[in-house]
Design a protein around this ligand. Sequence first.
Ligand code: MSP
Length: 686
Amino acid sequence: MTKPNYYITTPIYYVNGLPHAGSALTTITCDVLARYHRMIGFNSWLLTGTDENATKVQEAAAKAGMPPTSFVDGLASEFRSAWNSLHIDYDDFIRTSEPRHILACQRFFQELVDRGYVYLDSYEGWYSVSDETFYLDDKVKDGFAIETGKPVIRVTEQNYFFKLSAFSDRLLKYYEDHPEFLKPDQRKNEVIGFIKEGLRDMCITRTNKGWGIEVPGDSTRVIYVWFDALINYLAATGWPDAPDWSERWPAALHVMGKEIFVRFHATLWPAMLMALDLPLPGQVYAHGWWTARGLQGKLGKSTGGLPTPAQFNHLLMKKAGIDADTAADAQRYILCREMNFGHDTDFTMDNCLRRYNTDLANDLGNLLNRSINMLGKFLDGIVPGVPLAAENTDIPALAEVVCVEYAAAMEDIRPNQALEAVWRLVSRLNKYVDESAPWSVAKRRESDPTADAVLQTILYNCLESARIATVLIQPFMPHASIKMLAQLGIIPSDQPPTWTDTEWGGLQGGTRTQPPLPIFPRIQDLALTEDDQVAIGLVAEEQKTPKGDTKPVSQEVTASSNIDKGPADAELNSTAAEPLITIDDLMKVQLRVGEVLAAEPIPGASKLLRLTVQLGDDDTRTILAGIAEYYDAETLPGRQVIVVANLQPRKMRGIESQGMLLAADIDGKAVLLQPDSPVAPGAKVR
Ligand code: MSP
């Protein structure tokens, strides 16, 4: 049976600068989606490439003192190697300077002329080279585009126009008839608003200044770069002359950042396709931007403020002592997990490094390590057969639910939530190990004939869940997941896993596991030194503190920090030197073990969670804790915590907090303290 096609595209990137965490995010997302679709049985085809005919590219080449063709050749290969180093498995890389693209553009233009959609007129208005966008008078103030703040220049040119205004009604009807076409929904509303404001015909040529694709039959003009760039998606299928171009077209999905969604991908491109009676892509999706608080909310399109993939990789390699392939997978994971898809998200390197430690080194690493180590210690490193239900647990059912949630999040392009689902399984398993204490069960084996089956079940549940989690994270971390499967004793295959591999029971009895060498060793020192900051481009070499003053600088002191410590955080993070206290002072503090019964976010308080904590049979408290950034509310119920039980109640956000949780401060991140093994809620801590 032939597999259905899944043709997915990234935007093509301007080659006036290096790739960075913004372009990397779009590209990684597309690669993850392509791999996921391959896993669920599609014939995925990923296109990326470079946008080379822009005026700003010509200007950047002039600034570099290079002929534009060698300048773009150099940068196009930088993009290729950046994507290769990030394990982007693209099927095609199109450059808009290639003959196949030039031919497609000129044919497209000519067809529009032949169908009467193009006319010559004079254009007088504004043009922003930085945005490569035409602006009308009312969209410009004091020489800058109001929307983007970029400088504009006055242009008066005889140009060709595309009759875009003729498509308003057809576009609106199309959006209505195809509710999945524009995503996410809030951005669709922006598009509808934009069209309802009144679509004008669009200027689609510029005066030929020696760079760009010539208008067919008119060498005095070149095709406007956006008009040319959008056609890459079609050109890469072989349109118009390859006999099989329509086997690939239409694309299933175009992914891009929000700033190039409304005007270009959601309006101009579908109208261009409608004009030639070509089918429209299945979906056009816009993600938000990496932002930095304090820097007017936006990081520049140049790499300003954002590391390049190579800088990010080197930092991870240095901090964690890992190789380039592992660092690349970690970078893919971190960017996908940190970005709140569909919205803008603050980017800080502190958060990225913390994410590495909590999710990869701690949660995932622990699960794999403990499970394999215990198997070695108690069952000679050999996986038991699928066990009898000696130990009735929620684990297989949870694994199934997690797979369903993961798939729903991927279909809806919420990769961060797909990962959250997987980590719910990982966290639950770490807790399950604590609760079921396999080491105690192992001790009981001599006296209790049922203990062996219980032990086998516990260890099977751990290893099988680790295997399923590994399969689910394969689209995100293709290299590390192979290493993880190998540690679980699964011989690497040249075929990536399929969705069937997520079914419970795939791990065969008799499998011999391998030594669990840590794949993501913990970063011991999260603080970013000045040299680190220079290495990731946050601080220019010349801005370094003069030699002799070696004070480490955390990125938190920069404007890009998103750590806005609320009152509860401040309590958790206090490290100021205090005067010594007497034993009597200490005895005044009543510490008790509590069990979290419920946890929920507090609307409008992004740092706080509201917890219901049981401190004994008849003592249930409401406690507000500043841990929302570090713990998902749903992972907390059932967890044991240490509570300061005699703290004066305090109102925050109108809710009375009746105690405080103890947490370790690991580089500004709160890590909750809990008893070594489960104890009765209410027990005193001495
Ligand atoms: N060449 C056009 C696209 C033409 S597609 C037919 C272009 N190129 S770009 O290089 O400027 O941007 C490409 C992508 O990088 C966009 O999706 C953009 O949103 C993304 N990012 C650039 N900076 C970004 C952030 N700070 N944050 C997230 N992504 C951003 O536009």
